[in-house]
Ligand binder design. Structure first.
Ligand code: FES
Length: 127
């Protein structure tokens, strides 16, 4: 388990990206705060596998700031369940990430990983 950040590090509705790597895991993550809760997904679009944030760390679009946005081909995803509701992968979901909220700590639950600036291998989608 590794602490990524604190809930209070995010404003309500804000999304933040992390990269974790170690063992068989190599993942970019996107964490979104929803009030006193979070959602966490792997930062990998179900369309063709691009990262969502073409401009690193930017996961929302000004036009629809309540939705996650894939910059590659303009897909929009509901924050609550990761479902694409507009775009080329409509009906497909983002992959859930192994992240929990433990009190005020946002924690990645796999062991043997560390937070890195950028992953060095192909993104793994499963744990
Ligand atoms: S890769 Fe995300 S919409 Fe095409």
């Amino acid at each position: 388990m590794i602490e990524l950040c604190r809930l209070t590090d995010l404003c309500d509705g804000e999304a933040k990206g992390f990269s974790v790597e170690g063992g068989t895991v190599s993942q970019r993550l996107v964490i979104i705060r929803i009030g006193s809760d979070i959602r966490a997904y792997i930062n990998l679009c179900p369309h063709i596998g691009s990262r969502l944030d073409g401009e690193v760390g930017r996961f929302m679009n000004k036009g629809k700031p309540e939705l996650l946005f894939c910059n590659s081909h303009a897909a929009y995803f509901r924050v609550e369940d990761g479902m694409c509701i507009d775009g080329p992968c409509e009906g497909q979901k983002l992959y859930p990430a192994a992240v929990i909220l433990d009190g005020d700590k946002i924690v990645y639950t796999r062991s043997g990983v560390k937070v890195v600036d950028e992953i060095s291998r192909v993104v793994s989608t499963t744990d």
